[in-house]
Design a protein around this ligand. Structure first.
Ligand code: PLP
Length: 448
């Protein structure tokens, strides 16, 4: 039965660690001392030996409902028996429509149309392509410039790395797309250190968009894309008023605004989308990850009515947008999405996150004063601790935290160089938060 199978899985170790080339990982060190998990339930992973590892990162910012929830598991199982695959090109299946409708209902204002893909990277590239095509169908095909932001992350496609602002993700990959530009990032330690939530300082940094418009002219600019909270470069909350200011400048110059909500979507900041938290309506929202709690690859772009409508004014029987993926709206991903959104709703996980945000912020700030801690940031159920680099160079202390955290403390973390980021599943109870903070505190002392 399944428990016998589970026991077998617990002791199963692969003989060959060589064949898999791990993504965004130091493969050589990993393979000398692997950090391996083979099972998960709710707030915990388990190693093949059966040792629990508390999930401080929702996997990779995705398992917001906690792991292996029975309802989601059985929805996937049932769907696999019923309909394994259905093409989305020229054919449809009911669950894709239902999933799109459920997602659209969660999005603010007239963000009503959902284009499905399979990851955050595809979502970013899809949004950028829709922006370019939008201006084409509107007869303004000269609006091609894409504006991102320093320290931004929009996945690893050519569009995403072009507007992204992480040098290592860009410098090895040639000249990227032509004509992009970048806003400055919004982090300033001197003015913002140890802020809980949105820092007071920094809204004026949105005005740099005026400088970029003055340089290139709005007639050449298609879209601005930003993460409401920059996640991958160490959780940088937006300064108070910053996103509103960006929206105003985009409106003034007829530039589309895209929020990349791959991390912030589905409750991470206490709302279905950060757009709602900030009272700002972007023209498109990208999502992935927590849409189905990380269970089946799924991403997408939610578009406002005017975007969708612009494409629908041509003749019938003609493809309106030459874009899509074999697995757009995959039945298993859609089934998992509907079951996940049911859980978010029934357990009020977004509201719950709002309710525990203050306690979480206090818990994170209790780490202030530990060795080498130079800043702490919090937002929603996200926290980040900046550590000073050690004598071996930038990133080494962060890497030691990952290794020691896993092997010595049974704690899963994310790091960006020497910044430790934590973002537990939204089902985390007080005892889990205490366990994470306690382990993190001891770990920070260990890597001193
Ligand atoms: N956009 C943002 C804001 C992200 O945080 C990520 C991944 O962390 C992505 C895009 C890329 O998503 P994926 O890894 O699913 O391609």
């Amino acid at each position: 039965g399944s428990s016998a199978l589970r026991a077998a899985n617990d002791i199963q170790q692969p003989n060959d660690l060589d064949s898999w080339w791990l993504p965004f990982t130091a493969n050589k060190s990993f393979k000398t001392n692997p950090r391996m998990v083979s099972r998960a339930k709710d707030m915990y992973y388990y190693t093949p030996e059966g040792k629990p590892v508390i999930d401080g990162t929702s996997g990779l910012w995705c398992c917001n409902a906690g792991h292996n929830r029975d309802e989601i598991v059985s929805a996937i199982q049932t769907q696999a028996q019923e309909l394994d695959f259905a093409p989305g090109f020229q054919y449809g299946h009911p669950l894709a429509f239902t999933a799109a409708s459920r997602i659209a209902q969660l999005a603010p204002a007239d963000l009503d149309h959902v284009f499905f893909c399979n990851s955050g990277s595809e979502a970013a590239d899809t949004a950028l392509k829709i922006a370019l095509a939008y201006w084409n169908v509107k007869g303004q095909g000269q609006k091609t410039r894409l504006i991102g932001r320093e320290r931004g992350y929009h996945g690893v496609g050519f569009g995403g790395i072009t507007v992204g602002g992480i040098v290592n993700n860009r410098k090895f990959f040639g000249s990227l797309l032509a004509g992009a530009d970048h806003l400055p990032h919004t982090y300033n330690r001197e003015h913002q250190a140890y802020s809980k939530g949105e820092p007071e300082w920094g809204a004026h940094l949105a005005d740099d968009l005026e400088r970029i418009v003055a340089l290139h002219d709005a007639s050449t600019i298609a879209a601005v894309i930003v993460e409401p909270m920059a996640g991958s470069t160490g959780a940088l909350p937006p300064p108070k008023g910053y996103l509103k200011r960006l929206r105003e400048i985009c409106d003034k110059h007829d530039i589309l605004l895209v929020f990349d909500e791959v991390i912030t979507g589905f409750g991470r900041l206490g709302y279905a989308f950060a757009a709602e938290r900030y009272g700002v309506v972007p023209d498109m929202i990208t999502f992935a990850k927590a849409v189905n709690s990380g269970t089946v690859p799924m991403g997408g772009v939610i578009c406002r009515k005017h975007i969708y409508d612009a494409f629908m004014s041509g003749p019938d029987n003609v493809v309106e947008l030459f874009h899509g993926y074999t697995y757009s709206g995959h039945p298993l991903a859609c089934a998992a999405t509907i079951a996940t959104l049911d859980i978010y709703q029934r357990e009020n996980l977004f509201e719950r996150t709002r309710a525990i945000e203050a306690r979480w912020a206090d818990a994170m700030m209790s780490l202030k004063g530990l060795p080498n801690v130079v800043d702490i940031r919090t937002l929603g159920l996200v926290g980040a601790v900046d550590l000073a680099p050690n004598e071996h160079g930038p990133g080494k202390r962060g890497y030691a935290a990952i290794e020691k955290g896993f092997h010595d403390y049974g704690l899963m973390l994310r790091t960006a160089m020497d910044t430790i980021a934590v973002a537990p599943p939204l089902i985390a109870e007080d005892k889990h938060i205490d366990e994470i903070i306690d382990k993190l505190g001891r770990l920070i002392r260990d890597v001193a």
